[in-house]
Design a protein around this ligand. Structure first.
Ligand code: PLP
Length: 449
């Protein structure tokens, strides 16, 4: 596809390997970081202050010429790899035609096409509607608005270890007020948190955990005031917890019986990441509403609320929208992402990644007792590090591995309420060779603990 690019820019190929040629961060990145401090507030963090010059597939090249294997994918955004040729071509072509009109002023086809794609690919064959926005948090906020309008109720149910964003309401929905909400209050109201399912730590069956969650909400808010609940089918920032079998299904049954909108926040787990189009499918769930974002734009900012037509149609004209939501260039990129997923069977590729990555980590666990748990699906895999012989969080070990990996050209993210989870969110197209090479670096890091 790259030969269809109209851009005159010629991009040299990037070798598919890690390559460390300076200290990490290198001198140019260190200087850039100083420059940044003059104009960017510290609140905007930097997990690894190496400044990226170019990226393709699963390799990122910094301004010092170091090459990193990318196991973060911009927090699960570059699911089909960085600068995918078809996405780049779609962006270039769309940008040459129309960049922006505002869909609520003068509409265009791309928005409708993305909506059609999501209606077809999300679980359930019922009538659906879609609205597009710019970010995951904005999608979550809109889902709350719609659920409240439809039910005439206010309460929003969320789970322990949840993460939903950084806007006022979504800050209130996060499990961790610190650091996301610290000093930024008062936060959005009518949010009710309940215990979740965390099989490794709580040992509960899906039925037991659901009973606990439901009884908590019944006591703290009551069904008469609960408009919706949000679940991440596999929790993201919280540490990639895969809930016990049947847990989410029981919650949905209770919602359906009580006029509570069951919303799956698939911002991180969605769009071909977990070996299905959406993680909800692996639990046999058909959510009333879903929020989708990270992976759907191939790196362009775009997000969606997908919901049952009767719920979505409860909104009034002018109640939903925004200047940039469903921007034409983002829509073109998103259409290309879905085309690529189907053309290259990338759902199957996520299953391949799971086999190699999770399989490698399980083998590593046998000789490294610091790995308490290996979990996740597809290209959304995590290990929880504990003090050997216990289930006590070992956050220092995660910090050590993340730093060691960076020094050796592997970009990894931490996660988890206790900071003791290493998460792997590579592109589903990452080669077996790059996975195996990354695993050897992680094993060395654990050996040098
Ligand atoms: C990242 C994330 C969000 C917030 O998305 P932004 O695009 O950063 O606003 C919401 N929910 C989940 C599950 C996420 O992982």
């Amino acid at each position: 596809m790259s030969d269809t690019l109209t851009s005159p820019v010629i991009v040299a190929p990037i070798a598919k390997e890690r390559r460390v040629v300076t200290a990490i961060p290198g001198p140019l990145s260190v200087a850039m970081h100083e420059r940044r401090k003059q104009v960017i507030p510290p609140g905007v963090g930097a997990a690894l202050p190496v400044y990226i010059d170019r990226a393709h597939g699963s390799i990122m090249v910094d301004i010092d010429g170091n090459q990193f294997i990318d196991l973060a994918a911009g927090i699960g955004v570059n699911t089909i790899g960085s600068t995918n040729d078809a996405v780049v071509a779609a962006i270039a072509a769309q940008a040459a035609n129309v960049i922006h009109t505002c869909f609520t002023v003068t509409p265009y086809e791309g928005y409708i096409r993305v909506a059609e794609i999501l209606v077809e690919r999300t679980p359930g064959t019922h009538a659906k509607r879609v609205m597009l926005s710019n970010s995951g948090a904005e999608a979550v906020e809109n889902a709350v608005k719609i659920a409240r309008k439809y039910t005439g109720k206010n309460g929003v149910g969320v789970l322990d270890h949840a993460y939903h964003g950084r806007t006022n309401l979504t800050m209130a929905m996060n499990f961790k007020n610190a650091p996301y909400g610290t000093g930024f209050g008062p936060l959005g109201a009518s949010v009710f948190r309940a215990p979740s399912s965390y099989p490794y730590q709580d040992g509960l069956s899906g039925e037991e955990a659901a009973k606990r969650t439901i009884s908590y909400w019944e006591k703290t808010v009551g069904t008469a005031d609960l408009a919706c609940i949000f679940v991440e089918p596999i929790q993201g920032e919280g540490g990639f917890m895969v809930p016990a079998d049947g847990y989410l299904n029981k919650l949905q049954e209770w919602c359906t019986a009580n006029n509570i909108v069951f919303i799956a926040d698939e911002v991180q787990s969605g769009v071909a990441r977990t070996g299905h189009y959406f993680a909800s499918e692996s639990f046999g769930l058909v959510p009333d509403m879903m929020t989708v974002a990270k992976g759907m734009g191939g790196g362009m900012p775009i997000a969606a609320v997908v919901g049952r037509a009767d719920i979505m149609d409860a909104t009034h004209v002018g109640g939903l929208g925004g200047t940039f939501g469903g921007n034409p260039v983002s829509c073109a990129a998103s259409i290309a992402v879905f085309d690529e997923i189907e053309k290259d069977n990338l759902i199957g590729e996520a299953q391949r990644v799971e086999k190699v990555l999770k399989g490698g980590l399980i083998a590593m666990q046998a000789k490294r007792p610091v790995i308490g748990d290996v979990r996740g699906k597809g290209a959304m895999i995590a290990i929880e590090l504990v003090h050997p012989g216990t289930k006590d969080p070992y956050a220092e070990a995660v910090t050590h591995v993340v730093n060691y990996a960076a020094q050796h050209g592997v970009l990894l993210l931490s996660a988890g309420t206790y900071g003791n989870v290493l998460r792997f969110l590579p592109s589903v197209k990452i080669s077996d060779a790059l996975i195996v090479d990354s695993l050897s670096v992680i094993d060395d890091a654990l050996a040098s603990l």
